[in-house]
Design a protein around this ligand. Structure first.
Ligand SMILES: *Cc1c(COP(=O)(O)O)cnc(C)c1O
Length: 425
């Protein structure tokens, strides 16, 4: 048995499909966000990052850094164990209180990441309900899909944001069976928003529970940064709100907020919570500082919305194929994995701009894109530089502009001829 050859051929398959991933070696610079140092072939160069999920630049906020260093200096680096074995560090107690208050829920529970919070919570909630049926949006994040799978429950996948389809599925189900609807508020690849109130209406009508992932909305939407549910005044209608501390809050960790009984049950039954070391106190303290700041400050949120709108307008005016987005996310369509990678490489090497290519399976084939995330710290001058760099790159690589995009049929032929060319070459 040649074990290594299996790993090598798995990697080869990704190369053949032009979706082998390479991570840039970056070093962010406090005080100069979104500038970073890029190390490549024994060279270190300053570049501009345009694809960070540190959406508001909170990862370098003085209050956050102060809280983190204070806690590390006084309480040490690690948590010292799982909460089951070693108890809970006090900053984590404060963090869970802060999160419950943020979402207007009785309780909150912190996990080591947003991924773990989804996987552990969805699977545990569904397992605790007898014979639970799960209704899951087709574009849900991988962490939610893992949670659904791990629950072992029967699942129905509804078409993305399609309440009519969801209703058909709910209507067809046994009224006596427990039901759980899992979905996101902001979908991070397209930047669209779920019809949350309508989904809650259906949940009421068919007696289902609701679980929403607000990972790409917390910190950024609502008067206190609690997300889209807060902005739309529907937070009280959701049974579980899940979020991350790693994106707009700029730290690390994930959480759920909900009723006391539900949160206590997940705390008591979820292996992904119980059998892993807790978040270090310094991270919990930093997250508290970030949440508190964003509860009362609007300037980061306003700055982000302003710069995202400006970027969309500037790129559209330059005929770049900006995909429709209702949020701070600015996807620009490439439509081909190889070209997407080449565009990303060219932006970095020629223009000193870092935007990771987004390819299958993160997005469907044929919709490969650059996903641009303007923050309050990407000023007008940086947007103009990016616009010009994108236009140069689109021209140099022959990527279609908005007005020259081929029709769907022509595009299919393109893809076919490309595949044939690759197979031949
Ligand atoms: C990033 C992401 C997660 C996972 O959050 P982490 O804290 O990074 O583990 C969960 N859901 C969605 C929709 C995400 O994009």
């Amino acid at each position: 048995m040649d074990y290594q050859s299996h790993f090598e051929s798995a990697i080869e398959a990704l190369h053949a499909e032009k979706r082998y991933r390479v991570f840039a070696d970056l070093e962010r610079i406090v005080g100069r966000f979104p500038t970073a140092i890029w190390r490549h072939e024994n060279e270190a160069r300053e570049i501009t990052v345009w694809c960070s999920n540190d959406y508001l630049g909170m990862g370098q906020h003085p209050d956050v850094l102060q809280a983190m260093t204070n806690a590390a200096t006084s309480m040490g680096s690690g948590a010292g164990g799982t909460r089951n074995i070693s108890g809970t560090n006090h900053p984590l107690v404060e963090l869970e209180r802060e999160l419950a208050d943020l979402h207007g829920k009785e309780a909150a529970l912190v996990f080591t990441s947003g991924f773990v919070s989804n996987e552990a919570s969805i699977s545990t909630i569904a397992k605790l309900l007898p014979d639970c049926l799960i209704f899951s949006d087709e574009l849900n994040h991988a962490s939610m899909i893992e949670g659904v799978r791990k629950s072992g429950s029967r699942k129905h996948v509804f078409r993305h944001n399609d309440v009519q389809h969801l209703e058909e599925l709910l209507k067809a189900a046994d009224p006596e069976r427990p039901k759980l609807i899992v979905f996101e508020s902001v979908y991070s690849m397209d930047g669209d928003i779920a019809p949350i109130a309508e989904i809650c209406d259906l949940a009421d009508r068919y007696n289902a529970m609701t679980y929403i992932d607000e990972v790409h909305a917390v910190g950024m939407y609502g008067e206190r940064g609690a997300g889209i549910c807060e902005r739309e005044g529907v937070a009280h209608r959701l049974d579980v709100i899940e979020g991350t501390l790693a994106k707009a809050f700029g730290v690390l960790g994930g959480y759920i907020a909900g009723s006391r009984a539900l949160v206590d049950a997940v705390r008591s039954y979820a292996p992904g919570f119980i059998f892993t070391t807790a978040l270090p106190p310094a991270l919990a303290a930093a997250a508290v500082a970030s949440i508190r700041h964003l509860k009362q400050s609007q300037s980061e949120r306003h700055g982000q919305q302003r710069q995202a709108a400006r970027a969309k307008a500037e790129f559209s005016a330059a005929d770049l194929p900006v995909m429709p987005s209702e949020t701070h996310i600015v996807p620009v369509l490439v439509g081909n994995a190889e070209l997407c990678k080449q565009a990303s490489d060219r932006l970095l090497q020629v223009h000193g701009i870092y935007i990771q290519p987004i390819n299958y399976p993160t997005v469907p084939r044929g919709t490969e894109r650059l996903r641009i995330t303007p923050t309050p710290l990407h000023d007008d001058a940086l947007i103009a530089v990016l616009r010009d760099a994108l236009v140069e790159t689109w021209t140099a690589l022959g990527i279609p502009f908005a007005s020259t995009r081929p029709t769907h049929e022509e595009r299919r032929e393109d893809v076919t001829s490309l595949v044939v060319a690759q197979a031949g070459g």
